[in-house]
Ligand binder design. Structure first.
Ligand SMILES: CCCCCCCCCCCCCC(=O)SCCNC(=O)CCNC(=O)[C@H](O)C(C)(C)COP(=O)(O)OP(=O)(O)OC[C@H]1O[C@@H](n2cnc3c(N)ncnc32)[C@H](O)[C@@H]1OP(=O)(O)O
Length: 160
């Protein structure tokens, strides 16, 4: 089955967390499972925080990009549209909240499951859980907002 990220247009497929065109990124892949979305990701030894456990930034990143993908897929589903149809729904993170409930073991696949709990205008709120060995080790809430047409049009001046 195609993942949501396989349908991101090239121009927005370079994200470190989810861009299929970023050779150095996580390249996560997310699919529907009923009303939930699922991503599976196996951490590498270099994703270590404390030996044996996953770096919290990776956990946040997985929850973040899983959730923005879920937001887009939920919007398409609400509209009864395929992921390839125009205009595209692309979401960026407005807010990311993560609760780290337990240390996340690094030896094995992680499962990230999410659900869109609110769709309002350009905003989708997604609740996501990350499991290791079937145990929920982190829980996140993401406010994803449809990317404005002028996103990145006026980057801040570089620091001197
Ligand atoms: C690197 C980027 C790549 C992009 C690729 C994209 C595709 C791949 C995806 C990859 C992504 C990977 C992930 C990444 O790394 S994405 C990169 C990290 N994120 C960003 O850089 C986003 C920067 N921020 C913005 O561009 C704007 O602030 C956005 C677009 C977020 C909102 O500004 P905008 O002026 O457009 O919105 P609005 O004011 O009309 O509000 C609309 C609604 O949203 C609600 N709201 C807004 N902000 C927040 C907040 N902080 N908390 C809670 N709620 C918030 C607001 O209350 C309202 O709701 P309601 O009051 O009506 O109920």
């Amino acid at each position: 089955m195609d993942a949501f990220q396989d349908h991101y247009p090239d121009a927005v497929a370079h994200c470190f967390g989810c861009g299929r065109l970023n050779a150095h990124g996580h390249q996560i892949k997310t699919v529907w499972n009923g009303d939930e979305t699922v991503t599976r990701f196996t951490p590498e030894p270099y994703h270590t925080a404390i030996p044996g456990f996953v770096y919290g930034g990776l956990v946040a990143s997985l929850i973040d990009c899983h959730s923005t993908a879920t937001a887009a897929a939920a919007m398409y589903r609400q509209d009864g549209r395929g992921l390839d149809t125009l205009p595209p729904f692309r979401f960026v993170t407005g807010s990311l909240h993560v609760d780290y409930l337990k240390p996340t073991p690094i030896d094995g696949a992680l499962e990230i499951r999410g659900r869109a709990v609110e769709i309002k205008g350009r905003k989708v709120v997604v609740e996501t859980e990350l499991r290791a060995g079937g145990v929920v080790t982190a829980r996140g809430t993401v406010v994803a907002v449809q990317m404005p047409a002028d996103f990145g049009a006026a980057p801040p001046a570089p620091h001197r």
